[in-house]
Design a protein around this ligand. Structure first.
Ligand SMILES: Cc1cc2nc3c(=O)[nH]c(=O)nc-3n(C[C@H](O)[C@H](O)[C@H](O)COP(=O)(O)OP(=O)(O)OC[C@H]3O[C@@H](n4cnc5c(N)ncnc54)[C@H](O)[C@@H]3O)c2cc1C
Length: 322
């Protein structure tokens, strides 16, 4: 049986939490979830939709502020109440931190970047498939321990509601947390100006621009095309490293991971670190002068040509149609 650690994002669960619930549901037995703090009504409805039978909500005033070890103590309490042998968490930096603390506390095994879990019998080791090297390689691992702790790779698994809804019974509990668990506590959150990457992460269409843009002035047509398609601009690290565009627009291993329906990388070679952030795109249409560029060979569609000619021509064609 699996317990899924979920995170709340505003009035709902985070997208990556829904992905983790989808993975957890594939395991044997009833599905349970644990939330630290409170869960909004819309979040409970999502948990039911994703097949959760029991929602364990850890509530205590000292958990109002994020503290990795304190959250881990709460998750460990939920684990022991549920009797789950597999703990699954979403692919977010905080979830990875909390679950690493859980694994250390329980002296058990943990695997991150998981994309598949094979159903298991009680007490058997868990077999998982996980992404490594930025998603270019998938490796199969055996995770053996009293509890298998798994972090799902973010935006690499489709979030699918359950065939039939779960009861979603909410059980609140007050976890026991020691002073040592609260030694590192978040005291203030401040967004860097203009650094909202959520639009890029959630965009249904992303038009990418790389070194092929040529200069800081070379991005106008890609921005315009993104606007016409109802999407946003994403760039490569060559672009941010040159200072042509801000880092929050960067796609890749050290940027934002995207999973749009359509990705149109223009003048981007498709280096492995860039691919790590865009391999979950449903359809890729590459524009590149080099027909052997990795992005071209991996894309479903490609236009071999100069982006400074191709993109304006596409814009003109779209305008003519509308
Ligand atoms: C630890 C580490 C982390 C990294 N993280 C990231 C990351 O998060 N994201 C990322 O993107 N990179 C990352 N990189 C860098 C990565 O290795 C590449 O260097 C980078 O992605 C290259 O960017 P690019 O494709 O824009 O440039 P290039 O590799 O120089 O490719 C330019 C492409 O544009 C094409 N081109 C040139 N002119 C035109 C034109 N006029 N029209 C059409 N096509 C044209 C070329 O044929 C070529 O394919 C990382 C590297 C390291 C070491």
């Amino acid at each position: 049986m699996a317990l899924v650690y979920v995170e709340v994002d505003g009035s709902e669960l985070s997208d990556v939490s829904l992905e983790a619930l989808t993975v957890g549901r594939g395991l044997d037995g009833p599905l349970e979830a644990v939330v630290v703090g409170s869960v909004p009504d819309a979040g409970v409805a999502q948990l039911r939709e994703f097949g959760v039978a029991t929602v364990r909500v850890a509530q205590a005033a000292f958990l109002d502020r994020y503290a990795a070890a304190g959250y881990a103590a709460a998750v460990v309490s939920a684990l022991s109440s549920s009797g789950a042998t597999v703990l699954v968490g979403p692919g977010s930096p905080r979830s990875t931190e909390v679950l690493a603390h859980v694994a250390a506390r329980l002296d058990t095994a943990m695997a991150a970047n998981v994309v598949e879990v094979q159903p298991v019998g009680v007490g058997s080791p868990v077999t998982v498939v996980r992404q490594v090297m930025g998603g270019s390689v998938r490796e199969t691992m055996r995770v053996d321990g009293p509890v298998a702790v798994l972090v799902v790779a973010g935006h690499a698994v489709e979030a699918v509601p359950a065939a039939s809804a779960g009861a979603g019974d909410v059980v609140t509990f007050a976890p026991e947390v020691s002073a040592a668990d609260l030694r590192a506590t978040m005291t203030r959150v401040q967004a860097a100006e203009g650094a909202d990457t959520s639009r890029l992460a959630k965009a249904r269409v992303v038009v990418g621009a790389g070194r092929g843009a040529g200069s800081p002035d070379g991005f106008g047509p890609c921005i315009e095309l993104a606007g016409l398609l109802g999407g946003v601009l994403g760039v490569s690290r060559a672009v941010t490293a040159a200072g042509w565009r801000p880092h929050h627009e960067q796609v890749g291993q050290t940027g934002t991971k995207i999973s749009p329906e359509l990705y149109v990388p223009c003048g981007i070679s498709g280096a492995i670190q860039h691919w790590a952030g865009c391999s979950s795109a449903q359809t890729i249409l590459a524009v590149n002068t080099d027909d052997e560029a990795p992005m071209v060979t991996r894309a479903r569609y490609a236009v071999i040509g100069d982006m400074h000619e191709v993109v304006p021509a596409v814009i003109e064609a779209l305008r003519a149609r509308s």
